[in-house]
Design a protein around this ligand. Structure first.
Ligand SMILES: NC(=O)c1ccc[n+]([C@@H]2O[C@H](COP(=O)([O-])OP(=O)(O)OC[C@H]3O[C@@H](n4cnc5c(N)ncnc54)[C@H](O)[C@@H]3O)[C@@H](O)[C@H]2O)c1
Ligand SMILES: N[C@H](CO)Cc1c[nH]c[nH+]1
Ligand SMILES: [Zn+2]
Length: 436
């Protein structure tokens, strides 16, 4: 099984690593003109265009009046899935809600000096649109993506939440998606996907409301549409192909490390799994384990491409150099697979999420623990953060001054205005000084 083996002994080795990984980001250029056409068509022709694309790509018989999932179908979907599965989804939802409730920011008001009250209102957006990927023609429903996008929006207090997802060939959505929506209390779902669904949410159509923020992962057509519509509508982020980087010492279990690397490799041929260690014996054993475990994976073809193209075992002289490399990589997921992970947490500067110690496999975070699994990729953890309640909020400043404040400070404001050549600004304040 082909897999890169690299040495990182000093920052000089970083150039080779970065020029290799930077190529993962290429490839959107060919898609952009196609997506621009789709956006224009949906903006001009609304539901008719959305239904036309859906018929061409997903469901040949769908009528333009059939885009909305009947509310009764959502309510009855819970009867179509096993009760034990519904219980697990409910438990995961409760954990995710509990975590996101802690993120909620309050509005605040302060009186820094007599005569003035200042503050910040934290307000939810009115309407959010959530994209739930089709997942292999609807056969692998992305339940967790719906939970991870909807719950922060609900905690933020968003009143109108619309879900879009591509229909299966028979004009239905997977019952697990509908049942998850029912568990969340969401009853507005439209059967459309790809760039036309994003366009419909951004512009609004006869049946699909125009929203303020669009969140949710998707393929290259979805992410290109989101990128082109920024400014027209708020977006969560451009979540690229999955990544995991692991820093391991000799106490780590090679079978576990290989399984963790494969957990992200199976997402996408462009996924990246990187193991960093100063223990050559461990790196060798993980390599053998990867070949063994890969051979029995259902998504072997995808995972093998990811391991061959975008994954690596990297030898470092010591854990300090390994941590330096992690901070340069700024991975989406970072597993600290060492004896005492808490001793290293102060050295972490760039990572989307950190998984602490041997018994914290990344999928616990993907599905169940509570933190959001929509995370910055492609090194953007250097400056951006996980999807959160904040994604669905905006902050409005509040300013209140009284006549005494204007009497004390008004002339300073007027002077600053005149320094900028803005006479009307100065007079606006002076009106209150001269005609109290
Ligand atoms: N980063 C994350 O948090 C995260 C989580 C889950 C999934 N993902 C990613 O989301 C993606 C999901 O992809 P998916 O295929 O399952 O679902 P998807 O809904 O994103 O894509 C399917 C849609 O794209 C349309 N499509 C197919 N070919 C097209 C073409 N040539 N032109 C225009 N549209 C076309 C299909 O008809 C369908 O409507 C994967 O890349 C996965 O890695 C990311
Ligand atoms: N690991 C993905 C984000 O990179 C999220 C996910 C969804 N389902 C399973 N995993
Ligand atoms: Zn995952």
């Amino acid at each position: 099984m082909p897999l890169r083996f690299l040495e990182y002994t000093s920052p000089d080795d970083w150039t080779a690593i970065t020029s290799w990984l930077a190529r993962r980001d290429a490839g959107e250029d060919n898609v952009e003109p196609l997506v621009r056409d789709i956006l224009t068509n949906v903006r001009d022709r609304g539901d008719e265009a959305v239904a036309e694309y859906t018929r061409r790509f997903d469901c040949p018989s769908l009528a333009s009046t059939q885009l909305a999932v009947p509310k009764e179908d959502i309510a009855s979907a819970l009867e179509q899935i096993p009760a034990e599965d519904a219980a697990i989804i409910r438990e995961a939802a409760a954990n995710i809600r509990d975590f996101h409730l802690r993120q909620k920011q309050n509005s605040w008001i302060t009186t820094p000096v007599p005569g003035t009250t200042l503050g910040q209102l934290v307000l939810p957006v009115d309407r959010a649109g959530l994209y739930v990927p089709g997942g292999q023609g609807g056969e692998t429903p992305l339940i967790s993506s719906l939970l991870m996008n909807a719950i922060p929006a609900q905690v933020a207090g968003v009143k109108t939440i619309c879900v879009v997802s591509p229909p299966r060939k028979d004009g239905t959505l997977n019952p697990y998606i509908l049942a998850t929506a029912a568990i969340l209390g969401i009853d507005t779902i439209f059967m459309c996907g790809s760039a036309w669904a994003i366009a419909a949410l951004a512009y609004g159509t006869e049946s699909i409301p125009r929203v303020d923020v669009i969140a949710g992962p998707g393929n290259i057509f979805v992410t290109t549409a989101k990128r082109l519509l920024v400014g027209q509508v708020g977006i969560d982020m451009i979540a690229g192909p999955s990544e995991i980087a692991i820093l391991a010492d000799s106490t780590a279990n090679p079978k576990w490390l290989a399984a963790d690397m494969l957990s992200q490799a199976e997402h996408d041929p462009l996924a990246s799994s990187i193991l960093i260690s100063s223990d050559n014996r461990l790196l060798d054993e993980v390599k053998k384990e990867l070949a063994l475990q890969l051979s029995t994976l259902p998504r072997q073809e995808i995972a093998a491409k990811s391991l061959g193209e975008w994954s690596a075992l990297i030898h470092v002289p010591d854990l300090e150099s390994g941590m330096e490399l992690i901070n340069r990589l700024a991975p989406e997921h970072f597993e600290l697979s060492v004896a005492d992970p808490w001793a290293w947490i102060g050295s972490v500067r760039n990572a989307g999420a950190v998984f602490m110690g041997h018994s914290t496999p990344e999928p616990v975070g993907d599905y169940f623990a509570g933190p959001n699994h929509v995370l910055p990729t492609l090194s953007t953890a250097r400056f951006s953060s996980a999807l959160s309640v904040d994604t669905f909020c905006k902050k409005t400043s509040l300013i209140c001054t009284d006549q005494a404040y204007i009497g004390t400070h008004g002339s300073k404001v007027a002077r600053l205005a005149r320094l900028e050549g803005l006479e009307a600004h100065a007079r606006s304040v002076e009106q209150r000084l001269e005609n109290p």
